[in-house]
Design a protein around this ligand. Sequence first.
Ligand SMILES: C[S@@+](CC[C@H](N)C(=O)[O-])C[C@H]1O[C@@H](n2cnc3c(N)ncnc32)[C@H](O)[C@@H]1O
Length: 340
Amino acid sequence: MTEPEAKKKRPDTTRLQGIARAYTESAVLFAAIDAELFTHVRNGAVTEAALVEATGLRAIDVNRLVTCALSMDLLRWSEAAEPVLENAPDVDAYLVKGEPRYAGPWMTFTRPDVPKWFEMTELMRSERGTHLGMYEELTVESAKKYHQATSSIGFGAARRFVRTVDLSGRRHLLDLGGGSGAYSITAVEAFEGLRATVLDLPPVVVATDQYIEDAEVGDRVDTVGADFTVGEFPGPVDAVVMASNLPIYDGDVIGGVVARAFRALESGGEMHLIGEMLTNDRTGPIDAAMWGMNELICGSLGRSHTEAECAGYFTSAGFTSVEVTEFVPGVLSRCTGIKP
Ligand SMILES: C[S@@+](CC[C@H](N)C(=O)[O-])C[C@H]1O[C@@H](n2cnc3c(N)ncnc32)[C@H](O)[C@@H]1O
């Protein structure tokens, strides 16, 4: 190794310092959402003076917030001769209040968990954890609030699902842990002749029924209040989807759900398991790893699963043509299989 190469590779503390203070970025994002910073920018408050007026914050704090937002690429300078502030494209699409795609409720949904993340060591030593974790204490009210948050991104994911998976000719979709009903509602809207059943915990389906009513698809989507970790599923169906539940449970539970879904399917039927999956050597994505750790925080016994583990649940159940593909790059994968 030449002298300059050796110098380049010498470790320093930069990366570790970045990780140690990564929480500061979450905190700034939450504060910016609280102050409706991006909404004000979209509405024309594109200078710090205008933002002081719009937010009611001190000039010094607006200066700090804008500086952080610029450095995190949440805000940008426009290319005008006299540059003004503008939202980064993803911020403008998802963090402007009042817009249909506003995802503020999802972005701040896990904020109440923040103190517990910093008690992780004690939580691990306490060896606690229950089968259903955060879902153990769910009420109709908390389920409604939860799905206000999940629906703000769930319907987008569901639109991607119907663009990616052709369910034409299918008659009945079973949506396990369907929450707001995003996948079922979007699927029956996209595929003529398709019906769907959302199976979720009893307090949740009260919220689901409202989404179904609002979408005016009550004649094609129904709900079943049940725990998908026990009992046989309603059937026969010819398609099953289970989305964004994966790290809540360990391998035995997910394997059991996939096996019961297999039994509920007609021959030739298909199943899609969508979730945050790890690469087989567990080196990422970080988001999939962190959702597994989130289960320590929420008090369940779940963990992250690798793509190969998910494919294994399918083949053990009897599915053929099993494959794992990217669904939302870097975030969600999709494991599919066909019942012979
Ligand atoms: C993150 S949400 C995903 C909702 C929906 N699939 C989506 O992608 O928008 C997880 C859902 O799984 C449901 N769930 C978790 N454990 C369950 C269980 N044991 N039985 C039934 N539903 C369950 C939760 O109630 C919640 O609605």
